[in-house]
Structures are given as C-alpha cells and as structure tokens.
Design a protein around this ligand. Structure first.
Ligand SMILES: [Zn+2]
Length: 309
C-alpha cells in the first residue's frame, strides 16, 4: 500500500511539475507579447469620398500620403453602399450580416448582432484595445451624429460630435497631442454633404474634397510639429462614394473607396495589389497594435502595407 501511495504521489508530483512548466510557458508568452508597430494609430474617414474622385481632385496632402506610404483606390465598401452600415463594418471588422447594422442611418442593429461584447455592442476595435491595452487612451471625434451609435462610448476617453469638419479635426488633433492615444478615429462628414446637396463629381464636390485634404494636412503638420509623426500611422479611407446626388447602389462610383496608409514603417510602399474590403481596416489597426482579434471578425489585416518590396 505504501509503495502504491508513493507511486501515486510521484505521479501527482510529475503532473504538478508539468502544470508548472505549462504555466511558466504561458507567462513567458505573455511576457514576450509583441510591441505595437506604432504608438499612435489614427483612422481618418471622409464620408462619401469615392475613389473615382482621385482622377480630378486637388488633394496635395492626401497625395503626399499616397506617395510616401501605401494605397489602394479599389478598396470596397460593403453593400448597401450607405453610411452607418459601412462605418460599422470599418470599425467592427465584419460585414452587416454579423454586426447587424444594415442601413444608412442604423442606430441599433436591424439584424441582431451575431455576438455581443461587454458593452452590449458587437465588438469594435475599441473593445479589442480596451481588453488588451487597458491603460491605452482612445477617442472618437466625428461630425455626423450617426457615428455615435456605432462604438462603445463607455470605453473611450474622447467622444466629441463637432459642429463642423474643422472643429472635428481640431478636437481630434488636440486629443492626440494632449493624451498621446493608442487609437483615434476622426470622421469628417464631407464631401458627402455636398454630394447630396449639389452632386457628386461637380466643382463644389471637389471643393469639399479640397477642404478635407486641408484638414488632413493640418493633422500631419500638427503631428510633425509635436514630433509624434515618427510614432504614428494614419489610415485614410471613406465609407462609400456616390453618383449624381446619392449613394447606396451598386456602381463602382459608389462602392470603390480609397484606402491609404501613411506613417511609421510604411515608407514609399506604393500601390497595394491585394483585395481590400472596408472591414479589413479594423483588423489592420489591431495588427498594427499587435492585438488579437475576436473570433467573429472576418476582416484580414492588410499586411501588404509592410511587406511590399
Ligand atoms: Zn456616408
């Protein structure tokens, strides 16, 4: 009997050593967690800026990002080519069939979300950052109130709905300089507003695009002045394009969007060849911050921004 007990004890001891080893390995993995590729990721979205507009638009600052960074002018919106459904997809890493925001002005999911995060919303990039970088600051500055329904307000350090595009950009810039956030989302409601009021592909539309470009220039200038640009990556994109005085349909003018990345480690990479869908944006932000993404997400990180020759 004594011998048997000793054998059992010896086995238990062995199991215990194995368990300890496995714990040690886990800790080691956590200890070796990869560092973010940049300290500050900034997502700038221009509502209704179709990729088609790049043929004619004067946009020296955005072109500087394209030339100095990486870009695609054939990234795709999800269908329908409307606002809330696409902004949701952009920051939720998934299409409407999963997050459930399906219309232009969805304030709650018309289709129940496939999964819910801790804030009762389909998990966005904000919840991903909150869970894995709990000390990190993050914020949203937006000029269309509809954005306010698409992220976890309880998780962010800035939730600002600006009156104008200028105010919205300035709030975003001030937040970045003061708080040094890991992630900031800046939403501009132009050129969509002018597209609806006067028409896409009109002189007034291109003036609105130029206004957006000037604000992007203000952002880059402020980051450079504060010596933050060398630790920042800016992603510039749009929710959808447009045709005549609307969008929501199935033309390339409505569904092809710009997708431009500029900043640390992404120098002169040129035109991206791979397929990009707007829900790849959230997955790319997570990748740049070295974070794991929720199982339900379907977006893929656009790793080509770093791997091009
Ligand atoms: Zn829109």
């Amino acid at each position: 009997m004594i011998n048997r007990s000793r054998i059992v004890l010896a086995i238990l001891g062995g199991v215990s050593i194995l368990l300890n080893l496995s714990c040690a390995n886990t800790e080691k993995l956590i200890g070796n967690k990869k560092e973010p590729l940049a300290k500050h990721i900034i997502l700038v979205g221009a509502d209704g800026l179709g990729a088609y507009a790049f043929d004619k638009a004067e946009m020296p600052n955005i072109r500087k990002m394209m030339e100095g960074g990486a870009y695609s002018l054939s990234a795709r919106a999800v269908l329908p080519s409307s606002s809330a459904v696409n902004w949701a997809s952009m920051i939720m890493g998934s299409g409407p069939e999963l997050h459930g925001f399906t219309e232009w002005g969805s304030k709650t999911p018309e289709l129940p979300s496939a999964v819910l995060g801790e804030s009762g919303l389909y998990p966005t990039i904000f919840s991903v950052i909150d869970q894995q970088m709990p000390e990190a600051k993050m914020g949203v500055s937006y000029s269309w109130s509809g954005i306010g329904y698409l992220f976890e307000k309880d998780l962010v350090d800035l939730n600002s709905n600006g009156e104008t595009e200028e105010e919205t950009m300035q709030m975003g810039i001030d937040f970045i300089i003061k708080e040094k956030p890991a992630f900031t989302f800046i939403h501009l409601d132009e050129p969509d507003h002018t597209g609806h009021a006067i028409g896409h592909d009109t002189p007034q539309y291109y003036s609105a695009v130029a206004r957006v470009d000037k604000l992007v220039g203000n952002l880059i200038e402020a980051l450079e002045k504060e010596h933050l640009m060398q630790e920042s990556i800016i992603i510039f994109t749009a929710d959808h394009g447009g045709i005549n005085t609307g969008h929501g349909g199935k033309t390339l003018a409505e569904t092809q969007i710009p997708w431009i990345v500029y900043g640390k480690g992404i120098l002169n990479k040129g035109e991206l060849k791979n397929t990009i869908v707007t829900y790849d944006t959230a997955a790319t932000i997570a990748y740049l911050l070295s974070l794991k993404v929720p199982e339900s997400w379907r977006g893929k990180p656009v790793t080509e921004i770093l791997n091009l020759n």
